[in-house]
Ligand binder design. Structure first.
Ligand SMILES: [Zn+2]
Length: 504
């Protein structure tokens, strides 16, 4: 008996620990950890579902991460049977936002933002996919090898799906095999600057580099995104370089980057975008102008190029639509970005262009840093880091300001989901439609909230956001990414199950 005990007990405890280990590892990626729901087969119902065919009252059936059917209310009862239904009542069910312009700064500058905090903020803001910019991380994403470092840095940290833009820089622009290596490795397109980027390891390109880039991209049918500002040597700019002008004054900063910089860049770009026309040498490539601020001559040039058949789109950002130069206090560097936020009249013209469809889409240009680099003590607009933190707030901001201009829910879905999906080549995203990924945001348009320190904000440095202190309407209730309920009522799923999106 003694012998039996001596032999059996250790064996038994070994068996128990094996069993425990098995349960622990096998549950690591189970649905219940990736999602706040314990199942992946269910219906989402609401009186306001935004679909490509209009707003319907009904339900969306989700199975295995995809939308498998959409039904209108009158047909519901017979369909449901014993199915699980999450009823959101009057709340809006809309495609999750796709942010084509975010800087998450990892690897290398995770103290600025990072994949975990950035995608948690995205999920809490109703963004289901974001495309990370190739700069502000270190190294920049300019080769197959550096893309691999990005993907490694993102592992197990993504609460939403994340794609990557690669960088077009002088170093790789004339090296076709290097660019092809980067594109073959899966970047969704390329990004370049026509002025200094603010980061030394991401140098600017000229129009010959851009032309080369477009020719390589044509083969892959992927876009080139361009920061369109060229330093034009004006007299007021020279004065400022010489140290005349108060660096704390916003108007000083505004004079350092006049609209003529944007106009000069767009004018030059249009000499190469004509190659993208049907039958021309870069047919298949596409040029996308990021964060347009100048709503006057630059926009007129863009309209003209589009009407000539150039494959061209343009985005602007909520901060150009929400703020105007007149309201920016001297020394408040939270508002510094490039191109700068311009005057009230320009803002009105941007809204007009957006509502008339001349601006194709919106993006956050979430470009955070550590608070120290915003130089709040000095309030020096000329030396402070340029970039506005906004990722989590773009939906309520667009809605709060947009509803005054008559923005409809269909427009919101088109500007934030459908067109961004098209730009990034995301085949199964961008609309609540059968066959697509179940990437969905549920939100209450009339719920107001104060953006203060009591508001749960997941950006790494909420205090640097220009939106702090504003009152907004549009509260995100729930965010689904490929059927996983990744965020609901202030809570995130335990495991980050977003995936890197790589072009094939
Ligand atoms: Zn940017």
């Amino acid at each position: 008996m003694e012998i039996l005990k001596w032999r059996v007990l250790p064996l038994l405890s070994l068996l128990v620990s094996f069993l425990f280990f098995y349960i622990k590892t096998s549950s690591k990626s189970s649905t219940s950890d990736c999602s706040l729901l314990p199942y992946d087969d269910y219906w989402i119902s609401s009186k306001r579902i935004v679909t490509p065919n209009g707003i319907i009252s009904g339900a969306v059936e989700v199975k295995g991460g995809n939308i498998v059917s959409i039904v209108e209310t009158e047909d519901l009862n017979e369909k449901f049977g014993s199915a699980r239904v999450i009823d959101y009542g009057e709340a809006i069910v809309m495609p999750g936002l796709i942010d084509v312009h975010a800087h998450l700064d990892e690897p290398g500058r995770a103290e600025w933002e990072g994949f975990s905090s950035g995608t948690k903020a995205a999920a809490a803001g109703g963004i289901t996919t974001l495309i990370d910019m190739p700069l502000n991380s270190h190294p920049s994403t300019i080769s197959e090898e550096t893309l691999r470092l990005k993907i490694e840095a993102a592992e197990d940290k993504l609460y939403v799906d994340v794609g990557f833009w690669g960088g077009l820089v002088p170093e790789n622009a004339f090296n076709t095999s290097a660019l092809e290596g980067l594109l073959n490795a899966g970047v969704l397109g390329l990004k370049s600057f026509m002025c200094p980027s603010g980061i030394n390891d991401f140098p600017m390109t000229n129009s010959s580099h851009i032309k080369e880039g477009l020719h390589v991209l044509a083969k892959y049918k992927r876009p080139l995104l361009v920061h369109a500002e060229i330093q034009v040597d004006t007299e007021s700019h020279r004065e400022l370089q010489d140290g005349i002008g108060d660096a704390r004054s916003y108007s000083t900063y505004l004079r350092t980057r006049p609209p003529s910089w944007e106009e000069a860049a767009v004018r030059e770009l249009l000499t190469v975008t004509k190659d993208t026309r049907t039958g021309w040498p870069a047919e298949g490539a596409h040029l996308h102008i990021v964060h347009l601020s100048d709503a006057r001559y630059s926009l007129d040039l863009i309209k003209e190029a589009k009407s000539n058949g150039d494959s061209l789109t343009v985005e602007t950002c909520p901060h150009y639509l929400a703020f105007s130069a007149e309201e920016i206090q001297d020394g408040d560097t939270r508002f510094k970005c490039a191109p700068p936020i311009r005057d009230e009249n320009n803002k009105e013209k941007l809204w007009e262009a957006l509502m008339e469809g001349h601006i194709d889409m919106l993006s956050s240009d979430h470009s955070p840093t550590i608070p120290e680099l915003k130089l709040f003590n000095e309030g020096d607009f000329l030396r402070a880091w340029g970039g506005i933190s906004s990722l989590q707030f773009v939906l309520p901001v667009t809605w709060s300001y947009g509803k005054k201009y008559g923005m409809s829910l269909d427009q919101l879905a088109s500007l934030w989901s459908e067109r961004p999906a098209k730009l990034a080549g995301l085949e199964f995203k961008g609309a609540v439609a059968t066959g697509n990924h179940a990437d969905i945001v549920v939100w209450e348009p009339d719920a107001e909230f104060e953006l203060d320190e009591n508001h749960a904000t997941y950006h790494k440095h909420p205090s640097i956001s220009a939106y702090m202190g504003r009152r907004l309407s549009g509260r995100v209730l729930a965010t689904f990414v490929r059927g996983n309920l990744v965020y609901s009522e202030g809570k995130h799923a335990t495991t980050a199950c977003g995936v890197p999106i790589l072009a094939k």
